[in-house]
Ligand binder design. Sequence first.
Ligand code: HEC
Length: 85
Amino acid sequence: MKYFSLLIIFFLIAGCSKHTIQTSNTKFPAGQKLYLSKCGGCHRTYDRLEYSPEEWDSILVTMRSKAKITDEQEKEILFFLKERD
Ligand code: HEC
């Protein structure tokens, strides 16, 4: 019975993680780290596939001042957000 509960918990966690951003498969781990730390404070971390690369460009124009990031950090974050497999 104990193992059964553990199994349920495992599936709950696995189910939720589908909605969070992929944590592997990126060529830009630095950008991903910045994104998660700088952009996740005010709202959920939107999945990069939710917006097109062009949309990310204009979103970052507004969000970079909210997140108080440098040009260099903005570039890293955009590399990560615009990466497509
Ligand atoms: C200081 C708080 C704050 C930080 C930090 C922040 N955001 Fe936001 N963000 C908001 C608010 C508030 C909204 C919703 C209101 C709006 O659209 O202006 C929003 C909306 C968004 C949206 C939805 C836009 C849309 O068109 O629906 C995206 C995507 C987004 N932010 C991405 C980011 C990214 C990427 C970063 C990091 C560079 C970031 N945010 C950092 C406050 C923040």
